[in-house]
Design a protein around this ligand. Structure first.
Ligand code: UD1
Ligand code: MG
Length: 377
């Protein structure tokens, strides 16, 4: 119990120090030309970026200071009693988080290629999965009761309640890690959204912080990857990676909706964040424009399907005798704007954060109510 107290105290001190350091480092970031421009504001003032690196550094220091406390009662005693596996779990989690912070910082500075953004977190999840493996943790999934009774009545076979999917479970957890590290970063680009969604996500695991407008700093890729990886580590070590995926439903929908652009079936501009209109101080959908003949059959098919289900704004026109298409960039941020029309940036962030909150509620409902109906748990 007192470990929780120490953790709360260290976190509070961490939050305070972090706040102070961010303010202290603002001029230093500007001086070193580490800044971005707020694309949804009239003013072109430089906004320090990636400020997430400060928070990540404070987080690591807090974690290092915290290390002795959960293991206090074993220190100085008989070594054979020491819970090495729990200690290894803690350290391997930190290694995965540390390397992800490095990846995020590199991405902020260098704008990494997609293949590196996917390969690196896959490899940095290995220490974590290794510890999961040696600690003999479960790789079983529950079989839904419907499937259970269906198979029993039709084929007269009794399936086990739990099914061991063995190494596939590691593949799944590895994918959770890669997904979580990238998911927050591609649902980004309006003030308060990156930190806001992480707060809602973290609050679904524990209660946390508040959001500020307008941005005086940008958190950067460093923050997005770090937040995602931390949530993934906590979920893998805490054995709730499947429940975590429920909290990530908005990010999953955003990822699936993004796939045609991420895999370049449809052209993907460098930025997909909403387009700012200084006259009305509102944001609206940002667009991708391309010649009709420049995209593949698959691209056309995707456009047709998205249009059919009402999930796409599309305009066709002719220029220099050629047919051109304009569609909204495929993020749920733009999709929201398709339905609401131009709105204020803060309103948009609130709608999206409220959606995140609603899905967290839904996730709890599914996990604790629906799961008990569907599974024999
Ligand atoms: C990801 C998205 C990209 C989106 C960008 C915005 C994909 C594949 N990539 O790219 O579409 O445009 O995030 O973060 O989906 N910014 C603001 N206001 C904010 C936050 C950020 O204007 O509240 C702008 C700033 O100019 C800032 C820049 O976004 O400098 C940061 O972009 P960066 O994190 O480098 O983009 P990516 O993560 O590569
Ligand atoms: Mg980013």
């Amino acid at each position: 119990m007192w470990t929780l107290g120490v953790s709360l105290l260290l976190s509070a001190i961490g939050a305070f120090v972090c706040n102070r350091l961010v303010k202290e480092y603002i001029p230093i970031f500007i001086q070193r030309k580490m800044y971005g421009n707020d694309q949804c504001k009239v003013s072109n003032d430089p906004v320090p970026e990636p400020m997430g690196v400060i928070c990540a550094a404070v987080y690591l220091i807090v974690m290092f200071l915290f290390i002795p406390f959960p293991f206090f009662k074993w220190i100085g005693g008989d070594l054979s009693d020491f819970p090495f596996i729990r200690f290894a779990a803690f350290l391997s989690g930190l290694i995965s988080i540390c390397t992800t912070i490095l990846l995020g910082f590199a991405d902020d500075i260098l704008d990494l290629r997609w293949r590196h953004k996917l390969l690196f977190p896959t490899l940095s999840s290995l220490p974590l999965l290794m510890v999961y493996y040696v600690s003999g943790n479960s790789t079983t999934v529950a079989v839904p009761t419907v499937v259970h009774s269906f198979v029993a009545s039709t084929m007269h076979i009794t399936l086990p309640t739990f099914f061991d999917i063995s190494y596939l479970y590691y593949v799944f957890m590895g994918m959770v890690v890669v997904f979580c590290t990238n998911a927050i970063n591609i649902l980004a680009g309006i003030n308060g959204l990156e930190s806001g969604q992480s707060v809602v996500l973290a609050a679904s695991v524990v209660v946390f912080n508040l959001v500020q407008y307008p941005s005086r700093v940008f958190v950067g890729d460093t923050f997005c990857y770090w937040a995602g990886m931390t949530l993934a580590v906590v979920a893998v070590l805490g054995h709730f990676s499947k429940t975590l995926m429920l909290f990530f439903i908005p990010q999953t929908v955003n990822f699936i909706y993004s796939i045609p652009q991420l895999f370049h079936f449809i052209p993907c501009p460098r930025h997909r964040l909403p387009k700012y209109d200084p006259k009305t101080d509102t944001v609206n959908m940002s667009m991708a424009e391309f010649k009709e003949k420049d995209i593949s059959t698959l691209g056309h098919l995707i456009i047709k399907v998205f249009k059919l289900i009402g999930a796409l704004y599309i305009r066709e026109y002719e220029k220099d005798g050629e047919k051109w298409l304009t569609i909204n960039n495929l993020t749920i941020i733009n999709l929201t704007l398709k339905f609401t029309g131009p709105i204020n940036e803060a309103t948009l962030a609130n709608i999206l954060l409220l959606t995140q909150l609603t899905f967290s509620g839904l996730a709890f409902f599914i996990r604790f109510y629906v799961a008990s109906l569907v599974f024999d748990v």
